[in-house]
Design a protein around this ligand. Sequence first.
Ligand SMILES: C=C(O[C@@H]1C=C(C(=O)O)C=C[C@H]1O)C(=O)O
Length: 284
Amino acid sequence: MMQHGSLIRIGKINYTNVWPIYHHFPHERFGTDLEWIGQVPTGLNRAMLAGEVDMGAISSFAYGESHSRYELFPELSVSAKGKVNSLLIFHKKPLEQLDGCTVMLPTTSATTVNLLKIILARFVGVTPRYVYAAPSLDTMMKHADAALLIGDDAIRASWSETPYQVTDMGELWYKYTEHWMTFAVWAVRKETIAAYPGLVAAIHEAFLQSKAAGERDPESIIRRAQMDIGGTLDYWRYYFRNLSHDFGPEQRKGLSLYFRYANELGLLPEPAPLHMWTDNSVTR
Ligand SMILES: C=C(O[C@@H]1C=C(C(=O)O)C=C[C@H]1O)C(=O)O
């Protein structure tokens, strides 16, 4: 529910991968104007589409499905060039042998499940049977030859002893395309931009400052991740170092290629263009 007095509801993905952008957000600057809604990516994708959330991080695939409703904040994303460490497929046999096999997909993900479909169809050349399930590795693997996990579920599973082969989805995309991949974008509903142009610009600025503060002082985020999720400080240093939260020309090129492949495979109705938000708050 909208809190009394809040003007804009901002989605926050419930995974550590977004902390470097949210951790140092200057909440005090906005008083009661903002409300924060934490959910897994598919929850936020749905809430943004329904107008229950006004802006924030969503799966880049969800942007691709509904791009005409949104604009994208420049310089904010969850991206990687190669290994991500939190987008992992666990498999009982080599990916090349998954033709006709059951592959479990987590109900939390939109970008990475479609990335897996693209990679297996286009580059590996196999057609498995896909089944969606809650993100629990043991349960998923009872009924399948492979299971995909994302976010903190993937991180926790990667720390446990399993008999499976583990492949990183960011690394696979890089291997076949040599491009960046952007998993989450910062989208704003067009109605929100029209209604509160100045506040939207102030929030964009605040996110950029928060991200810059996180780059200057990554250790407070690293300590917090260790306290909340576990693992070692070195693990989290390595994890955050491999992620990029930029959304410049290189990341956009990689995402556009993903949208093109998704369209060619029939997963998206068109290769979604990237509508970038620019600050017109003075003239709007
Ligand atoms: C890097 C990650 O990127 C994510 C993957 C998403 C998806 O597959 O839809 C959405 C948002 C991000 O949380 C991760 O989950 O670890």
